[in-house]
Design a protein around this ligand. Structure first.
Ligand SMILES: Cc1cc2nc3c(=O)[nH]c(=O)nc-3n(C[C@H](O)[C@H](O)[C@H](O)COP(=O)(O)OP(=O)(O)OC[C@H]3O[C@@H](n4cnc5c(N)ncnc54)[C@H](O)[C@@H]3O)c2cc1C
Length: 468
């Protein structure tokens, strides 16, 4: 139960239980607010009040009686919150503190890999002097720094602590770490399950930026319930012939290759009989039809596959093994998306500097609440990283529930921040393109990579052990 709020682990437990109940999200993320705002490890009594009430509702009738201890925690939290004073004042204080410092907290590293920082820094300094982004990417790829966590020769086999050092050095050099977008989750699957020829053909070329990927997974009747997919692949001479329709395929029009799920055994149970293919997007029979999005852009597409021939050499793993591989792919996607959003962006309070004139008190307070949530989110991301770099922890304990929790929190944080910024601009937002385009671009973060409901199901079933 998320009651003992004095430990970091309890904050996480509060976040998990709270998000699953869809109530304590604000409270749980604010649990780190006071700690971060004040720089002292004090308990978060404002959050504790709400979390205790949530706990009572989770327990049902027994929680509301003197038969159970929870009311004692609730009363204690209420008294201490009252002594701390109104939450609004704390929020405004955080706004002014964060505007003054304007930065996230760096992850403290006690033991970092010897000599790594000194080896990487000059390479990144040299990369920073290369003006052309394509050339810079190739420079980094050939030195194993486009994906340092990959094994040699593609990366430098960087473990989690080394990855943190390298990320810090990228930031220090003023460089963004290169991303291969869908390749971020296609390549690990190929590295782990592909043939030597597939690894040879795809990995280095993708890291250099010569191959761009898209993901042909979702279908009109198979989005959240991906295992219902109906695209068929039938065995042919030397390969497979694929027929079906995919949808919501991001960057399909620009992609060279696709990771594609298709059913190779229609008689097998739903999760079996699916296979994992690498499809050349220039193959005859591949037709891409762009879909226009609410923000006016053209990110995703419908993709029609008509008698598309895929050679045997482009099947990953064994026929029927596709669901297992797709789960690994989607796991990578989830971590990836969580890590990529919100963690290092502008703090919410920084958006106030875009506003003309003095900022009203209620806006300062709202900015403080959002900043608290962003900092709490960063703290939770750091906890995930810290656990990953703790020596001696068994692998199962390194990957906690944070990936799913962070995905839910980051999507929620982004949506609330974009909506608030729109509001802060008042009538000007009716004509300002920036804030309204930002708000119109929120749905991909809410839907892509799995909706909040699906993540909450994962948290409920796999983290809390609730029945399906
Ligand atoms: C911008 C964007 C880019 C995308 N890019 C790609 C891509 O490149 N490749 C790709 O394959 N897919 C991509 N997707 C698809 C994305 O993965 C799906 O949209 C997502 O999985 C949801 O599927 P759906 O849209 O069919 O909605 P549905 O599955 O129909 O869901 C509709 C609603 O029902 C809820 N729901 C469904 N099932 C459950 C359940 N069991 N319990 C509770 N609630 C449930 C959902 O949460 C949602 O609110 C992209 C989507 C977006 C928005």
């Amino acid at each position: 139960m998320p009651i003992a709020l004095t430990s970091d682990q309890a904050d996480l437990a509060a976040a998990v239980a709270g998000f699953t109940a869809r109530h304590a999200d604000i409270a749980a993320t604010r649990a780190a607010f006071d700690k971060i705002a004040s720089g002292e490890p004090q308990p978060s009594w404002q959050a504790a009040v709400g979390i205790a009430l949530d706990t009572i509702t989770v327990l049902g009738g027994i929680g509301y009686t003197w038969e159970h201890d929870v009311h004692l925690y609730w009363r204690r939290a209420m008294s201490l919150a009252a002594l701390l004073g109104p939450a609004g004042a704390w929020r405004k204080r955080l706004t002014s503190l964060s505007r003054a410092t304007g930065r996230h907290h760096d992850l403290p590293l006690v033991d970092e890999p010897a000599g790594l920082r000194a080896a990487v820094a000059p390479v990144l300094a040299e990369a920073a002097r290369i003006a052309d982004p394509g050339q810079r990417r190739r420079f980094l790829a050939t030195r194993g720094l486009a994906a340092p966590h990959y094994p040699h020769p593609h990366g430098i086999g960087a473990g989690p602590a080394a990855q943190v050092v390298i990320a810090q050095e990228f930031a220090r050099a003023g460089l963004a770490q290169p991303s291969t977008i869908v390749g971020e989750w296609a390549l690990p699957t190929i590295l782990a399950h592909g043939t030597p020829e597939q690894r040879e053909f795809f990995v280095a070329a993708t890291l250099r930026g010569d191959i761009t990927w898209c993901q042909l997974f979702s279908e009109p009747e198979a989005g959240s319930d991906l295992a219902s997919l109906r695209t068929r692949a039938e065995a042919a001479d030397g390969g497979w012939v694929i027929n079906g329709q995919k949808v919501w395929t991001s960057i399909a029009a620009q992609a060279d290759w696709a990771i594609c799920l298709a059913r190779t055994d229609p008689l097998a149970p739903k999760h079996q009989g699916i296979s994992y293919f690498l499809v050349d997007m220039r193959s005859p029979g591949v037709e891409v039809r762009p879909l226009r999005e609410a923000n006016g852009g053209y990110l995703f597409n419908e993709v029609f596959l008509t008698d598309v021939f895929v050679p045997d050499a482009r099947l990953v793993g064994a026929p029927g093994d596709g669901w297992r591989l797709a789960r690994a792919t989607l796991g990578n996607e989830r971590v990836n998306i969580s890590q990529g959003t919100g963690q290092r962006g502008r703090l919410p309070s920084a958006f106030l500097s875009d506003l003309p004139g003095p900022v009203p008190d209620e806006v300062l307070a709202e900015a403080g609440a959002l900043t608290a949530d962003a900092l709490a989110f960063a703290a939770m991301s750091q906890r995930l990283l810290l656990r990953q770099i703790t020596p001696g922890l068994p692998p199962a304990q390194r990957l906690g529930p944070e990936a799913s929790v962070l995905k839910v929190i980051s999507a929620d944080n982004v949506a609330r921040l974009r909506r608030a910024v729109l509001d802060w601009h008042g009538a000007a937002a009716a004509v300002l393109t920036g804030p309204s385009e930002d708000y119109l671009s929120v749905p991909p973060q809410l839907i892509g990579g799995g909706t909040a409901e699906i993540q909450l199901n994962v948290i409920g079933e796999q983290v809390l052990g609730l029945p399906r």
